[in-house]
Design a binder for this molecule. Structure first.
Ligand code: PLP
Length: 394
């Protein structure tokens, strides 16, 4: 039995786990086992029939994974969590669970490249169509809802353009039509934004990012209603098999304990780097949700605690100049992840969003000059010195 820890910081440390359940072990134990033994044949029968609680086989559930799932449910304020092998395993399991052939998905205009690739595959193989909407007004959302719309899928902040979508507004329109809203909350983390509290139905994370926070795990998590996620667990997750390993779940449990302090530090650093980038002569535009001039700043104030650790910016020059700037960097690492202790930088047009056709990419605002920066936990003026010398030498 876990206690209901009301404050986020306390849930991050204690949520999902009570040492009394595990011989007093302060840290949640790692159950690195593929299967679980039954005391009798009848017990095995009862467990498989769902008549008795207990573990059977780690693809169907594992105690270490359960701790992670409960902790994530506590942090996202949802009924239950469900962990996956990767963020994309979570995205694909949830979208497959919510759709059938010939359905339609309405998406925010701007999505992670592989989510875009998945939607294209669903269209080609199962005629599950999709539309993109900027979702700035209720009417824009309403206009694209069809009788066969199975869900609305939103990313906010959008990767990598940092545009924001008003989640409460989208949820209100969706519920007029009885359509669930799925939100990819990877960029914000539950510390900064909790879509379920804003009326959305399912939250997805690439737990690879802020949830883990140390660049050593690839994983995904979904949080939402118990009935729905119980169903996903026993259908798409069990049968397609994209389960998380117990060791990865254990690392995420450890990472989550420091989520609030890490994310605050990411935000502190990002706010300072944003100001510096904004006044650099070789930078033409900076996209950061906490910029008072950001077109969606009012949405940041409404639904996000702070602006987050990600900034994207456009350099003055060509694609070659953008690549030169990246090649000029010193300790800042060129890599396509985010939310790690290390500051990471990448070129979306040729890296994370390379699979998106050029016309759609440009429509999303991903130009050849755009660079995405995941501000790390280092001393902020070391980060700035490295960026500045690279920008100076374009
Ligand atoms: N969603 C977003 C916003 C992402 O940035 C990513 C990965 O970068 C994913 C989903 C996919 O997550 P994973 O790489 O853990 O499969």
């Amino acid at each position: 039995m876990t206690k209901d820890h009301k404050r986020f910081e306390t849930s991050a440390v204690h949520g999902g786990y009570d040492p009394a359940d595990m011989l007093g072990s302060l840290a949640a134990p790692l159950f690195q086992t593929s299967t679980f033994t039954f005391e009798t044949a009848e017990q095995g029968e009862r467990r498989f029939a769902g008549e008795e609680d207990g573990y059977m086989y780690s693809r169907l559930g594992n105690p270490t994974v359960s701790v992670l799932e409960e902790k994530m449910a506590a942090l996202e304020k949802g009924e239950r969590g469900l962990a996956f092998a990767s963020g994309m395993a979570a995205v694909s399991a949830i979208l497959v669970a919510l759709t059938k052939a010939n359905d339609h998905i309405l998406c925010s205009s701007g999505l992670y490249g592989c989510t875009f690739g998945l939607l294209r595959m669903m269209k080609e193989k199962y005629n599950i169509d999709h539309d993109f909407s900027v979702m700035e007004t209720k009417d824009e959302v309403r206009a694209l809802i069809r009788p066969e719309t199975a869900c609305i899928y939103v990313e906010t902040p959008i990767n990598p353009t940092m545009k924001l979508i008003d989640l409460q507004m989208v949820a209100e329109v969706a519920h007029e039509h009885d359509i669930p809203v799925v939100v990819d909350n990877t960029f914000a983390s539950p510390y900064l934004q909790r879509p379920l509290e804003l009326g959305c139905d399912v939250v997805i994370h690439s737990a690879t990012k802020y949830i883990g926070g140390h660049g050593d795990v690839i994983a995904g998590v979904a949080v939402g209603k118990k009935d729905f996620l119980d169903g996903v667990q026993m259908t798409t997750l069990k049968d397609m098999g994209g389960i998380i390993s117990p060791l990865d779940a254990w690392l995420l449990i450890r990472g989550l304990k420091t989520l609030p302090i890490r994310v605050d530090r990411h935000c502190d650093n990002a706010e300072k780097i944003f100001t510096k980038l904004n006044s650099h002569p070789n930078v033409s535009r900076v996209h950061y949700p906490d910029d008072a001039n950001h077109p969606d700043h009012h949405i940041r104030e409404k639904q996000m605690k702070r602006g987050g650790g990600l900034i994207s910016f456009e350099i003055k020059g060509t694609k070659k100049d953008a690549q030169k700037m990246l090649n000029n960097l010193g300790f800042i690492k060129m890599a396509v992840s985010l939310g790690d202790a290390e500051t990471l930088i990448q070129h979306p047009a040729t890296m994370t969003h390379a699979v998106v056709p050029e016309a759609s990419r440009l429509e999303m605002g991903i130009t050849d000059q755009l660079i995405r920066l995941s501000v790390g936990l280092e001393e902020w003026d070391d980060i700035w010195s490295d960026l500045e010398q690279a920008l100076d030498r374009i």
